[in-house]
Design a protein around this ligand. Structure first.
Ligand code: 5AD
Ligand code: SF4
Length: 471
C-alpha cells in the first residue's frame, strides 16, 4: 500500500527522470475475458487521454466495454480535483455505486486520477468507503493490471498512490476514441504552483517526453491517416526546458508541422512561457491551427500577483496583442477565475475591462474553489459566495456578448471544418473550424467523420455557427 502525502508532492526532484518502456505482464493477459467494464472520466483533456490508456490496459486484462455502469462487472472513476464540484460529482457517483454493490455483490469499484493523489480523499476512502476495491494515482497508471488483479484475487482493498512522479513510462497501450483526431502528451506535470491550483501536487513536476518519442507517435498517427493532433500538457510552452538546452516548444511545433498532418493544436499555454519564436512558428505553418488558449485568470495585477501568475495585466495584454497582430485570423480563448480571496469590486471591474479589450472567442469562467493544501486556501476570504456567483453571472454576460459578436463576423465567409459526425438536429453535420468554433452544417454530399470540408457560414449563434458545405 502506498498513500499520498502533500508534503512530498510539493517537493521537486531535480534529478533527471528515468525513461522506462512499459512491459505487459503476459500472465494476466485476457485473464478476465467475458467480464465488462465501465469507465467514467471527469475533468480535462489530460484525463480524457489517460482514459484512452486505461481502456487499453483494461482490454489487455480481457475486459470489454459497456455503455451503462449498471451493466458492468468493474466500474472505474477517473477523477478530477480542480474544483470542489468535480469532487462532489465523483463522490455522488460513488454513492450510486454503493447501492449497486448492495445488489451486485461481485461488483468491483475503483478510483483513479487526480483525486487519488489527495491525502484527504484517500483517508475518506479508507475510513468510509471500505467497499471500494482499489485506488491508484496518476503516477501509478502503468500498474493497473497488477493492482486490479490483486484486488480481485486477494479480495482486499488496494491503495497504490505514489506522491511523487517516478519514472516516465513510454509505450503504454492506447485505445483512441477517434480514428481521425488524437491527443499526444508532450509534457507531464506543472512547476508553476499558481496559488489556487492543485495540479502541481496531483500531477507532479514538469517532465517533457523526449522529442524522438513525441515525433514517433505523431509519425504513426500520420501513417494511420489521422487528420488532427492536439499536443497536450498542463503548460505546453515549458516543453523541453527540463531536458534540453536548445530545443523548445517552438522547435517541437515546427518539427510536428513538417510531418504534414493536416491540423495541429496544442493546449494549455501559460502566458509566461509564450515566446516570440512560438508565435512565428504558429504564423508560418498553415497546418498549425490559428487558435490559442491563453488563460488570463484575472484582469487585476494585484490579484494576479496573489495568484502567483508571474505576469501583470499589462504584460498579458502586450502578449495578447502580439499574437493577434502576428497570426492572421487567430482566435484566442481563456480561463478566468472570479472571487479569488480578497478580490474587490474594483479588481473584478478590471477583469471586465480586460475582457472588453480582448473580446475573447471563447472563455471558461469559474468561481474560485478552495483546494486543500494550496496557499490560496489559507488566505482571508471576506467576499460572500453569493457575491462571487453574481460576479460570475455578470462576467458571463460580457464574455457571451463577444462570442456572438466574433461569430457574426464569420457570416458569409468559408471556413474549413473537420467533420466529427451528425448532430441531433437531423441532417446536420458538425465539426470544428480551424479557429476551433463548433459548426453545424448541411451537405448534399454524404460525409464521414474525419473528412475536411469547406463550409459557408450562414448564421451566427453564441456557442456555434450554422452553415452549408461548399460543393
Ligand atoms: N478554483 C477555480 N478555478 C480553478 N482553476 C484552477 N484551479 C481553480 C480553483 N481552485 C481553473 C483555472 C485553470 C482552469 C483549468 O481551471 O482557470 O486555468
Ligand atoms: Fe495550475 Fe497554474 Fe500549473 Fe495551470 S500553470 S496547472 S493553473 S499551477
Amino acid at each position: 500500500m502506498h498513500l499520498p502525502n502533500y508534503k512530498e508532492a510539493r517537493t521537486r526532484d531535480l534529478r533527471p527522470y528515468k525513461r522506462i518502456e512499459f512491459k505487459e505482464d503476459s500472465e494476466v493477459k485476457d485473464k478476465y475475458k467475458g467480464k465488462t467494464f465501465y469507465l467514467k472520466t471527469y475533468g480535462c483533456q489530460m484525463n480524457e487521454h489517460d482514459s484512452e490508456n486505461i481502456e487499453a490496459l483494461l482490454m489487455f486484462l480481457g475486459f470489454s466495454k459497456v455503455e451503462r455502469y449498471e451493466d458492468a462487472d468493474l466500474v472505474l472513476l477517473n477523477t478530477c480535483s480542480i474544483r470542489e464540484n468535480a469532487h462532489n460529482k465523483a463522490f455522488g457517483m460513488l454513492g450510486r455505486l454503493k447501492h449497486l454493490k448492495q445488489e451486485k455483490k461481485d461488483l468491483i469499484v475503483g478510483l483513479c486520477g487526480c483525486m487519488a493523489q489527495e491525502a484527504s480523499v484517500v483517508e475518506k476512502i479508507l475510513r468510509d468507503y471500505k467497499w471500494v476495491n482499489f485506488v491508484f494515482g496518476t503516477h501509478n497508471m502503468y500498474q493497473l493490471p497488477e493492482i486490479i488483479d490483486k484486488a480481485i484475487e486477494e479480495n482486499k482493498q488496494q491503495i497504490e498512490v505514489f506522491s511523487r512522479e517516478g519514472d516516465l513510462i513510454e509505450g503504454l497501450p492506447v485505445l483512441r476514441v477517434n480514428d481521425y483526431k488524437a491527443y499526444v502528451n508532450i509534457i507531464y506535470g506543472c512547476n508553476k504552483f499558481c496559488t489556487y491550483c492543485i495540479v502541481p501536487y496531483t500531477r507532479g513536476r514538469e517532465r517533457s517526453r523526449l522529442k524522438e518519442d513525441v515525433l514517433a507517435e505523431v509519425k504513426k498517427l500520420v501513417d494511420d491517416g489521422f487528420k488532427e493532433v492536439t499536443l497536450l500538457g498542463q503548460n505546453v510552452n515549458a516543453y523541453g526546458k527540463d531536458i534540453y538546452d536548445d530545443y523548445t516548444m517552438a522547435n517541437l511545433l515546427e518539427d510536428v508541422a513538417k510531418m504534414g498532418i493536416a491540423r495541429i493544436r496544442f493546449t494549455t499555454s501559460h502566458p509566461w512561457d509564450f515566446t516570440d519564436e512560438m508565435i512565428d512558428v504558429i504564423a508560418k505553418y498553415p497546418n498549425i491551427m490559428p487558435s490559442v488558449h491563453l488563460p488570463v485568470q484575472s484582469g487585476s495585477s494585484r490579484i494576479l500577483k496573489l495568484m502567483g501568475r508571474r505576469y501583470t495585466r499589462e504584460s498579458y495584454l502586450e502578449l495578447f496583442h502580439k499574437i493577434k497582430d502576428r497570426v492572421p485570423g487567430v482566435s484566442i480563448s481563456t480561463d478566468i477565475i472570479v472571487g479569488f480571496p480578497g478580490e474587490t469590486e474594483e479588481d473584478f471591474q478590471e477583469t471586465l475591462s480586460l475582457v472588453r479589450e480582448c473580446q475573447y472567442d471563447n472563455a471558461f469562467t469559474f468561481v474560485f474553489s478552495k483546494r486543500e493544501g494550496t496557499p490560496a486556501c489559507r488566505l482571508a476570504d471576506p467576499v460572500l459566495q453569493e457575491e462571487k456567483e453574481e460576479r460570475l453571472q455578470r462576467l458571463n454576460e460580457v464574455v457571451n456578448h463577444y462570442f456572438l459578436e466574433n461569430n457574426k463576423k464569420l457570416v458569409g465567409s468559408e471556413v474549413e471544418v473537420l467533420v466529427e459526425g451528425i448532430s441531433d438536429k437531423k441532417h446536420m453535420y458538425y465539426g470544428y473550424s480551424d479557429t476551433n468554433k463548433l459548426i453545424n452544417f448541411s451537405s448534399k454530399k454524404e460525409l464521414a467523420p474525419g473528412d475536411l470540408v469547406m463550409v459557408k457560414i450562414i448564421e451566427a449563434k453564441t456557442w456555434s455557427l450554422d452553415g452549408e458545405a461548399v460543393e
